[in-house]
Design a protein around this ligand. Structure first.
Ligand SMILES: *Cc1c(COP(=O)(O)O)cnc(C)c1O
Length: 364
């Protein structure tokens, strides 16, 4: 049997007529940027995130960078980001000229450890950027309390966690702003690059919208030196076709995770830990194994695709040598980078495929 690491086919087949209708609708309108589709999607996605405003962006990186810029974070400022995340979280900070300061995660949840935040706060710290990594929420209460105590902004990186909940409340609704990615492989994926920022602050939403539209508030009138980062009509239409399926998609991933958690029994493989307050959406099913490369090769041989998220910790990336950190400085991030393996996880996996993955992992 072959089980790919990810497949978009089951969801695309399920939504085939809706996706084609979305294309036809936009194509028939001959209107491709900044219109009705964008407006409709923004409105429904804001509601989905229990937020007042949503501003479509070109991608997830911009959806994180633009609110940082709008909040006035820039050169000389520091932003706390987890040491274990996709590089884009740190790049959003660098993009505005600020410095990412890496906070170690809790090895059990893989997410930013609230107990390690305060030791990294300096007079230059302006914001905390918690990442709900792999689809599971961070422990938001202590993070929000620390932010309040020190007067810091909170910008949630929700790129992997559309619809995940913390103590019953949907992520993206906790901070000053939240950035989402609709990269095709995310739980809510466009058919190309796309992203969105959500917030409850009208002023911030307006500023992010202007910044992403050449800094323009109305046509040919420019108040900021902005960028071009907009959600185009086609992607907005595709996303509107997929959004009504979100709860079903997340429930399907949860059911797969439940089977993995119940079925995988191998002392060499550490399963993900879910605190009682988390309702993850399982963007990634992350296990850890000391013999990670051997396990990956074994599964590959059995026809099972896997991935590593992420094999090189941010502070050891060539592009971040300027942070002045060395191997050994962030041991938890390094441990995860060396041992983490992602098992197949996508909407529409069959029971047979799931069981095959479980059996193979158990036989390793
Ligand atoms: C995917 C991702 C991003 C960036 O999103 P893009 O749409 O690819 O720009 C940011 N943060 C995290 C955690 C991600 O997984």
């Amino acid at each position: 049997m072959r089980v790919p690491f990810v497949s978009f086919r089951p969801l695309e087949q399920r939504l085939d007529s809706q996706l084609r209708a979305a294309f036809e609708r936009v194509y028939a309108s001959s209107w491709y940027i900044g219109g009705r589709e964008d407006e409709v999607f923004e409105k429904t996605f804001a509601a989905y995130c229990d937020s007042k405003y949503c501003v479509g962006c070109g991608n997830g990186l911009d959806a994180l960078m633009l609110p940082l810029r709008a909040l006035g974070v820039g050169p000389g400022d520091e932003v706390l980001v987890p040491s274990n995340t996709f590089i884009a979280t740190a790049l959003a900070v660098t993009y505005v000229g600020a410095t990412p300061v890496l906070v170690e995660p809790d090895i059990r949840t893989y997410n930013m450890d609230p107990a390690r935040i305060e030791e990294k706060i300096t007079a230059s710290t302006k914001a905390i950027m918690p990442v709900h990594l792999y689809g599971q929420s961070c422990d938001m209460d202590p993070i929000l309390a620390i932010a309040k105590k020190h007067g810091l902004f909170v910008i949630e990186d929700c790129a992997q966690a559309h619809g995940a909940r913390y103590k019953g409340k949907v992520i993206g609704s906790f901070g000053d702003a939240a950035g989402f990615s609709f990269y095709p492989g995310k739980n809510l994926g466009a058919l190309g690059d796309a992203g969105a920022m959500v917030t409850n602050c009208e002023e911030l939403a307006g500023k992010v919208r202007a910044l992403g539209n050449y800094g323009s508030d109305y046509k040919y009138h420019h108040i900021y030196q902005g960028v071009n980062s907009r959600l185009d009509e086609l992607q907005a239409a595709f996303l509107s076709a997929k959004l009504p399926m979100m709860e079903e998609v997340n429930a399907d991933r949860r059911a797969t995770a439940k089977k993995y958690l119940a079925g995988i029994r191998n002392p060499a493989v550490a399963l993900p830990f879910v605190p009682e307050w988390a309702e993850p959406v399982w963007h990634i099913f992350a296990v850890r194994c000391e013999r990670r490369e051997e396990l990956a090769a074994y599964l590959e041989e059995k026809g099972i695709g896997t991935n590593r998220h992420y094999p090189i910790a941010i502070h050891l990336q060539e592009c971040y040598q300027n942070l002045g950190l060395q191997k050994g400085d962030l041991p938890i991030a390094e441990e995860i980078a060396a041992t983490q393996l992602s098992l197949p996880m996508y909407y529409g996996m069959t029971d047979e495929e799931i069981q095959y993955v479980i059996d193979c992992v158990n036989k390793f």
